[in-house]
Design a protein around this ligand. Structure first.
Ligand SMILES: Cc1cc2nc3c(=O)[nH]c(=O)nc-3n(C[C@H](O)[C@H](O)[C@H](O)COP(=O)(O)O)c2cc1C
Length: 211
C-alpha cells in the first residue's frame, strides 16, 4: 500500500567525482527503487556538484536574508525562490552527501544557505525556532573514506549531525541516513560499503513507502 505522499521527489546530488562517485551510484539506486514502486512518480533533479550554486557574497546575501533591491540581490532571491519551490513541491527529498573534511561539500552547504530562509522555511516564535516545511521525508546518502558511525572517529562526524540539524531546522525531521563508509580502504571495503548501503536503502524505502 503506497502512501499518498509517495509521488513527487527532489533528488539533490553534490558529489564532484562523476561516474566514480559512490553517493551518485547509491542515489541512482534509490531513484530506481522509487520508480519501481511508483512508475508515475515525478522527479526533480538538482545537481549542485555538476552545476554549483554561487556562494553568498556581500553583494548577494541580502537576496536570501533581508530585502532584495539590487540586480544581484534580486537574482539571488529568484534562485532561492526556485530552490525553495523545488523543496516545497517534494514529498521526499533524496540527498547525496559525500563527507569532505568531516562535513559536507561547500556546494551542498550553499544549497542549504539558499533554502534556509527566515519566514519562508523557518521562523522564530515564542517557543523558539519552527521549521515551516511540513510532511516531508528525506533519505540522505552519506559516502565517506573513513569510518565514523562507530569507533574513535565517531566524535568527529560533523556530517550526519549537521545534516540532521539543517533538515530538522526547516521541518524535515523524518530523515533516513544511508551510510557507505570506509570507501578509501580498498576495493573490497568499497564493495562491502555499497552492499551495506543497499540493505540500509531497502529498510528506509520499505518504512517510508510502506511496501
Ligand atoms: C577534498 C576531500 C576531502 C575529504 N574528506 C574526507 C573526510 O574528512 N573524511 C572521510 O572519511 N573521507 C573524506 N574524503 C573521501 C570522500 O568522502 C570519499 O572519496 C567519498 O567516496 C566521496 O563521495 P563520492 O564518491 O560520492 O564523491 C574526502 C575526499 C576529498 C576529495
Amino acid at each position: 500500500m503506497q502512501s499518498a505522499y509517495w509521488n513527487r521527489h527532489l533528488v539533490t546530488n553534490s558529489s564532484v567525482s562523476g561516474n566514480a562517485s559512490v553517493s551518485r551510484l547509491l542515489v541512482g539506486d534509490i531513484v530506481q527503487r522509487l520508480i519501481d514502486i511508483n512508475p508515475q512518480a515525478y522527479f526533480t533533479y538538482r545537481d549542485v556538484g555538476q552545476d554549483p550554486i554561487p556562494h553568498l557574497t556581500p553583494v548577494s546575501v541580502a537576496g536570501v536574508r533581508t530585502i532584495a533591491q539590487t540586480e544581484q540581490e534580486l537574482e539571488t532571491r529568484a534562485l532561492s525562490d526556485q530552490l525553495i519551490a523545488e523543496l516545497q513541491a517534494a514529498d521526499l527529498i533524496v540527498i547525496g552527501a559525500p563527507m569532505y573534511n568531516f562535513s559536507i561539500l561547500s556546494s551542498l552547504r550553499t544549497w542549504f544557505d539558499h533554502v534556509l530562509r527566515p519566514r519562508v522555511t523557518f521562523a522564530y516564535g515564542a517557543s523558539g525556532p519552527e521549521g515551516l516545511l511540513k510532511a516531508k521525508r528525506a533519505i540522505v546518502v552519506e559516502s565517506g573514506g573513513g569510518l565514523y558511525s562507530e569507533g574513535p572517529s565517531r566524535t568527529i562526524d560533523f556530517q550526519e549531525p549537521y545534516l540532521k540539524q539543517l533538515l530538522g531546522f526547516i521541518g524535515i525531521a523524518d530523515v533516513s541516513f544511508v551510510r557507505a563508509e570506509k570507501i578509501g580502504s580498498g576495493p573490497k571495503e568499497r564493495a562491502a560499503a555499497v552492499a551495506s548501503a543497499g540493505e540500509q536503502r531497502e529498510r528506509a524505502i520499505r518504512r517510508l513507502a510502506q511496501v
